[in-house]
Ligand binder design. Structure first.
Ligand code: FES
Length: 296
């Protein structure tokens, strides 16, 4: 593993990073938080604390953390001589993952998600979103049950008893990172009302208008849901699904670009829940009061 400046970080939990000083880790964290340019791979250099600019950022961040502690009544902890421990606590731990885990998907009541039972849980004509976190905590993904009459999506499971196909995509817009309900699923009836995509279902982000086709694999960035309209220049990362001999569904890896906000999909956060439960997000149907859905 190399920590030379200018190289991409290859950090494996427990191998070097944990032994670094608090200032070095804080500088690294600040570097990772910088905004990313869509479609541009950014190499993250390890911190150089000899650089006055880096040291000033670290000092400023520490001052801000201390201000927050004072506001939150944690000043007493600092006065007790536990400043270092408190700062460790405030800093996100970011354990990351060394490789993609195989994670079973469950309905919210704990029932395993299966190709054979998904039609009775996820209506392919509904705007409701069913989200699970993978591979990191707080990283939502859509689990979609797509109508088969529009074709077989790439790497889909199925057909289901109802003739649908099961796929999963990141629910973090690759433009600037909007999430559901702003990034949402438009079923065929909404696609027809919008006279968009030939009436085939799509994913649309109302933040700035990016649209993705869950039936077509992008031929750039290693796959993912194809871009129908920008401003995104990056397809929506796909979560590859697999089944066991009982038909239970598992998330096994991501393909396509790195999830928005991460310079490497497996780093920059803590591992997601295992197994991963689905959370339902209700999106009021297009045209109704309070709906976040707008035609592209
Ligand atoms: S964040 Fe989705 S289009 Fe800009």
């Amino acid at each position: 593993m190399s920590y030379e400046r200018g190289t991409a970080i290859e950090w494996v939990p427990g191998h070097g990073f944990d032994q670094r000083s608090y200032d070095e880790r804080l500088a690294f964290f600040l570097e990772m938080k910088r905004p990313m340019t869509p479609g541009v791979v950014r190499k993250v250099a390890p911190p150089d604390l000899q650089d006055p600019k880096v040291q000033e950022e670290v000092d400023e961040s520490k001052r801000n953390i201390l201000k927050l502690m004072a506001i939150g009544g944690l000043a007493a902890v600092a006065a007790g001589g536990a400043v270092g421990a408190a700062l460790q606590y405030v800093q996100p731990p970011m354990q990351g993952l060394a490789s993609y885990p195989r994670v079973q998907l469950l309905y919210s009541d704990g029932t395993p998600v299966q190709v054979g039972n998904i039609d009775s849980h996820i209506d392919p004509t509904s705007t409701d979103a069913f989200l699970f976190q993978y591979p990191l905590d707080g990283e939502p993904n859509f689990l979609l049950n797509l109508q088969g009459k529009y074709g077989k999506p790439p790497s889909a499971l199925g057909p289901t008893p109802g003739g649908n196909f099961v796929v999963a995509y990141s629910a973090i817009c690759q433009h600037l990172g909007c999430i559901p309900p702003f990034l949402s699923f438009y079923p065929s009836n909404v696609a027809e009302q919008c006279q968009y995509n030939g009436g085939a279902p799509f994913l649309h982000c109302v933040c700035h208008g990016s649209t993705y086709d869950p039936y077509v694999q992008s031929n750039v960035s290693g796959g993912g849901a194809n871009i129908l309209t920008g401003p995104t220049v990056s397809p929506l990362p796909q979560v590859i699904l697999d089944t066991d001999t009982s038909g239970n569904i598992f998330a096994v890896k991501n393909i396509g670009p790195d999830v928005k906000g991460h310079f490497q999909t497996l780093l920059g956060g803590n591992p997601g829940p295992v197994p991963a439960p689905l959370a339902k997000t209700s999106v009021p149907p297009y045209g109704t009061s309070g709906s976040t859905q707008r035609c592209p």
